[in-house]
Design a protein around this ligand. Sequence first.
Ligand SMILES: CC(C)[C@H](C(=O)O)[C@@H](O)C(=O)O
Ligand code: SF4
Length: 466
Amino acid sequence: MARTLAQKVWDAHIVRRTDGEPDLLYIDMHLLHEVNTPQAFDGLRASGRSVRRPELTIGVEDHNTPTIAIDKVISDPAAREQVSLMRKNCAEFGIELFRLGEEHQGIVHIVGPELGLSHPGSTIVCCDSHTATQGAFGALAFGIGTSQVEHVLATQTLPIAPLKNMAVTVNGSLPAGVTAKDLILAIIARVGTAGGQGHVIEYRGQAIRELSMEGRMTVCNMSVEAGSRAGMIAPDETTFAYLKGRPAAPTGAEWDREVEHWRQFFTDEDATFDKELVIDAAALTPVVTWGTTPAQSVPLGEPVPHPDSIDDPNERAAVERAISYMDVVPGQPVRGLPIDVVFVGSCTNSRIEDLREVAKVLDGRTVASGVDLMIVPGSMKVRQQAIDEGLEAIFRRAGTGLRFAGCSMCAALNEDRLSPGQRAASTNNRNFEGRQGKGSRTHIVSPAVAAASAVAGRLVSPADLS
Ligand SMILES: CC(C)[C@H](C(=O)O)[C@@H](O)C(=O)O
Ligand code: SF4
């Protein structure tokens, strides 16, 4: 029977299938960070169990870690406690841990691919919704809760009910100046924040094939913002070229064998999807969120919507509330909104390609006075590469620095946050009330728009800069 990419990966990992029960899937790679994992280890201890496959389990410190004083004691007691529990648990259960400031430390979803751990056709789980990022490699990668983390630690398997399949086909090529981030924001605006519920989204079509691995990861990363559990892209030569030579990639004859194996992971011609959406890439322009969900966005050139134009009373009320929280005016152009802070970072957009994009815009320009531009690389590797390539020098000349790696102001779980009422252009993925600090106002944008906005002090695209 014809199958989708997701079904092929799923089928290859079924350990047990029983009528009326979820499938039991084998898990190839299990990633951990310091949030949401302490109780899982407590559970193991309470039942006297060990970790079944510690060599398939890797821990990273990312959410709570500082991005400036990384050699000092973490000031927030709750954050300090989580990081210290992570160290204790990984040491006790024999799990490799990338600690704050170490060579391979960074945001878990950046570090996995960077090490070459994300193999096409594999199953990858982590205690974090944005695990979907690694679907860019044709892996079935998704977030799990604490009790599931305990189950995977103890057994290297996971009981899970089959997911539905959704196809998003992006025809044509993205116009110059339109990025993977604009594409996924446009997709989310069409699908809605709940449209992907219970589904795996497979991204296909020419514009997807033309994306770099970094761009594909940006797209898959935000699949969860459309409500879906995972996003996937079939592996191709771009995927193999990215993986080749990475520390956890196979080598020699095994590389050739694996690449042959990986080539089978694509959707069969006559496979069917439960939902389908087709997008025309050529019609897209830079997209910015104006509201408090990632779906409340408009092309940069368009105004904040009028609630009166919305028929559904619940939706109208939600839009009214978002307009009030964001302190924007219906009909007001989004382009030109003054901003206080620009955040370049998060597992959506803190890879080297993103920092290059930012440097390209900042080169020979300076950050507007009164605007704070924070550039937080996704990993220590990205940081080092940005220094080696001279990007950091460009950032310094523009009036900012390059911080240490971590989630930082994406979720404001460390000390990087907005003050109440501050407005940010942010390359992250979530903009709900208070996401970047109490009373914070977040406009989700691409790295290029973030950099241009830092220069102008207002929401603009690079094309708007003189
Ligand atoms: C802390 C973690 C569980 C959470 C997630 O799952 O996404 C975080 O990474 C986020 O982005 O809000
Ligand atoms: S960078 Fe943001 S979205 Fe990604 S894992 Fe960290 S907190 Fe979550």
